[in-house]
Design a protein around this ligand. Structure first.
Ligand code: UT7
Length: 320
C-alpha cells in the first residue's frame, strides 16, 4: 500500500507586482531580475493571509479530487509564515472547510515544506493510520521580506498550492528528506525577539536574510544529489521520468540541476516568471498548473524536489 495524489489546487492573489514596479521602490531593474532569476512578476497578498490562500487552494484540490470534506483524515499545512502563533493555520483551514473528522497541524520546513508534508502523510497512509490527507503549502513571504533590501525582496511572491492524497496500490514510490542545521544562517528570519518584563527588551520583528550565493551553491548541489539518490534507491532509470517538478527559486538553479542530471531542460517545467519564489507553495502550484493543463497522464513518472531554509531538502518519486 502506498498513497497517490488524486487532486490538486492552487491559488495566487490577484495583485500582480512586476519587476518594473519594484524598480520604483529599490535600486533594481527588470533586466537584472529577469536575467539573474527568470522572475518577471509575482503576486502579493494585500488583504489576505496564509490561511485564506491555503483554504482557497485546498477547496480547489478537494473539488479536483472529487472527495467529500468529511473523508479527510489529516490536514498538514506547510508554511513558514503562519498568520498566528496559535492556533495552527491547519486548524483554521480545518474550521473553514468544516473538515471535522481531520487532525490538523502545521509543518515548518520552508520551501521544502510541501515535500516534507507529503512524506509525513504518505507514512501515515502506508501504515494504515489514515486513508485520505490534504497537504497544503501556503506562504505569505511578502510580510517577512525587507522591502528595502533589493537582494531579497525581488525574489519572493505569495501563494498556495494543495493536494489530496489517498491510499492506493500505485502512486508515491519513494521519498527522501534531509536537513543541515549547520547551514541554517545562510537563509533565516528570526521571529519576534524575546522581550519580557525581566530583560526589559522591546520585541523586534525580524526580516528574511539570505546569503544568496551560498544558497545558490547549496541548491545546485543538493537538488541533483537528492534526485539521484531517490532514483538509485528505487531502481528507476532517469530516462523514465517525464517531469522534474522542482522548487521555483531561480531558473539558473533549475538549469544547473538539469545539466548535472544530464536531462533535457524541457523535462523541467518552470513558472517562476509569473509567481517568483512562493516557498512551500511553489512545487504544488507548478504541479497543479501541469495537472490543469492536462499535461499529466496516469502512469507518468514524476520527480518532485525542493530545498529551502533550515537548510532542508526533499524529493518524491511517484507514478501519477
Ligand atoms: O527558496 C530558496 C530561496 N533563495 C534562493 O534560492 C536564492 C539563491 N540565490 C540566487 O538565486 C542568487 O544568488 C541571487 C539571484 C539572489 C543573486 O544573484 P547573483 O548572481 O548571485 O548575484 P550577487 O549576489 O553576486 O550580486 C551581484 C551584484 C551585486 O552588486 P556588485 O557587488 O557586483 O556591485 C549586488 O549588489 O548584483 C547586485 N544586486 C542587484 N542589482 C540589481 C543584488 N540584487 C540586485 C537587484 N537588482 N535586485
Amino acid at each position: 500500500m502506498t498513497s497517490k495524489i488524486i487532486g490538486t489546487g492552487s491559488y495566487a492573489p490577484a495583485q500582480v507586482v512586476t519587476n518594473d514596479d519594484l524598480a520604483k521602490i529599490v535600486d533594481t531593474s527588470d533586466e537584472w531580475i529577469a536575467s539573474r532569476t527568470g522572475i518577471r512578476e509575482r503576486r502579493i497578498a494585500v488583504d489576505e493571509g496564509t490561511t485564506d490562500m491555503a483554504v482557497k487552494a485546498a477547496r480547489r484540490a478537494i473539488d479536483n479530487a472529487g472527495v467529500e470534506v468529511s473523508e479527510i483524515d489529516v490536514i498538514v499545512l506547510a508554511t513558514t509564515t503562519a498568520d498566528n502563533c496559535c492556533p495552527a493555520g491547519a486548524c483554521q483551514v480545518q474550521a473553514e472547510l468544516g473538515a471535522d473528522k481531520a487532525v490538523a497541524f502545521d509543518l515548518v520546513a520552508a520551501c521544502s515544506g510541501f515535500l516534507f508534508g507529503l512524506n509525513v502523510v504518505n507514512a501515515f497512509i502506508q501504515t494504515g493510520v489514515y486513508r485520505t490527507a490534504l497537504v497544503i503549502g501556503s506562504d505569505h513571504l511578502s510580510k517577512i521580506v525587507d522591502w528595502s533590501d533589493r537582494g531579497t525582496c525581488v525574489l519572493f511572491g505569495d501563494g498556495a498550492g494543495a493536494a489530496v492524497i489517498q491510499a492506493s496500490e500505485t502512486g508515491i514510490k519513494h521519498m527522501v528528506m534531509g536537513s543541515d542545521g549547520m547551514k541554517g544562517s545562510i537563509l533565516s528570519c528570526v521571529a519576534r525577539t524575546g522581550g519580557n518584563f525581566l530583560n526589559g527588551k522591546t520585541p523586534e520583528l525580524g526580516y528574511l536574510q539570505m546569503n544568496g550565493q551560498e544558497v545558490f551553491k547549496f541548491a545546485v548541489k543538493k537538488v541533483p544529489e537528492c534526485v539521484t539518490q531517490i532514483l538509485d534507491e528505487s531502481g528507476i532509470n532517469i530516462e523514465e521520468i517525464k517531469y522534474f517538478i522542482l522548487h521555483q527559486a531561480n531558473f539558473r538553479i533549475v538549469e544547473a540541476a538539469a545539466k548535472r542530471l544530464h536531462q533535457p531542460i524541457d523535462k523541467f517545467p518552470m513558472n517562476m516568471d509569473k509567481y517568483g519564489n512562493t516557498s512551500a507553495a511553489s512545487v504544488p502550484i507548478l504541479l497543479d498548473e501541469l495537472n490543469q493543463e492536462g499535461k499529466l497522464k496516469r502512469g507518468d513518472k514524476l520527480v518532485l524536489a525542493g530545498f529551502g531554509a533550515g537548510m532542508t531538502w526533499g524529493a518524491a518519486l511517484m507514478e501519477w
